[in-house]
Design a protein around this ligand. Structure first.
Ligand SMILES: N[C@@H](CCC(=O)N[C@@H](CS)C(=O)NCC(=O)O)C(=O)O
Length: 212
């Protein structure tokens, strides 16, 4: 398998965590955002969405981190990243999607660049935007984990899930942008526990070869 990756991409970070949890060997192919390599013709031929990550499997390419992770979960069932019970699955997906669909897209690089370059926002304006949308999303998520996390080790119940795989990269980026996390003690506790696990630690941006 080949992962089209950028160390700082939080969507790729999710996939790296899932690959590590599943114990799947893969090759990383770095696409450097500053050089616009994710917009180059050779990459667009593989992933017309022009976003990172993409996973190449037997010559076929999957885009969208959650689709990739669900593929990995289907192909490599252990450890499961979705519960078996339908309502539980829905809650896990709800938390994962709150991050992947509601928080992350508003704060993606191309959105921040648009704010800077086309709408004339300075760094302070861009950072304020970033922190606002993370805080807005985390507010609801904090209440969801208060309901569904057993001991503030995992987002749902007492085992790993897709929601955890999404939380850690978003928390990492929230810290990178100096977001005030004091209103979200449960999310911080869960993320701190998850970050101590080897699959998560090995997936973090600074542990990637292209970070050097
Ligand atoms: N919904 C997509 C989001 C992918 C995405 O936006 N990736 C970012 C990096 S985290 C990207 O490629 N950004 C490049 C850009 O904004 O130009 C997924 O989950 O895979």
């Amino acid at each position: 398998m080949k992962l089209y990756n950028f160390f700082r991409s939080s969507a790729a970070f999710r996939v790296r965590i899932a690959l590590n949890l599943k114990g799947v060997e893969y090759e990383r192919i770095a696409k450097v955002f500053a050089k616009n390599e994710h917009r180059a013709a050779d990459y667009l031929a593989l992933n017309p969405q022009g976003l990172i990550p993409a996973l190449e499997v037997n010559g076929d390419v999957i885009s969208q981190s959650l689709a990739i992770i669900e593929y990995l979960n289907d192909a490599y069932p252990q450890p499961p990243l979705l519960p078996t019970e339908p309502l539980a699955r829905a809650h896990v997906r709800s938390m994962a999607l709150a991050i992947a669909c509601d928080i992350h897209p508003l704060n993606n690089l191309r959105v921040l660049n648009y704010l800077r370059q086309r709408l004339g926002q300075n760094e302070d304006g861009v950072n304020t935007w970033y922190r606002h949308w993370v805080s807005e999303g985390f507010r609801g998520l904090e209440q969801q984990v208060a309901r569904y996390s057993s001991e503030q080790r995992y987002c749902f119940g007492d085992s790993l899930s897709l929601a955890d795989v999404c939380l850690v990269p978003q928390m990492y980026n929230a810290r990178r942008f100096d977001t005030d996390l004091t209103p979200f003690p449960k999310l911080v506790a869960i993320s701190t526990h998850l970050e101590s696990l080897s699959a998560f630690a090995a997936a973090k941006p600074e542990a990637q070869p292209d970070a050097k």
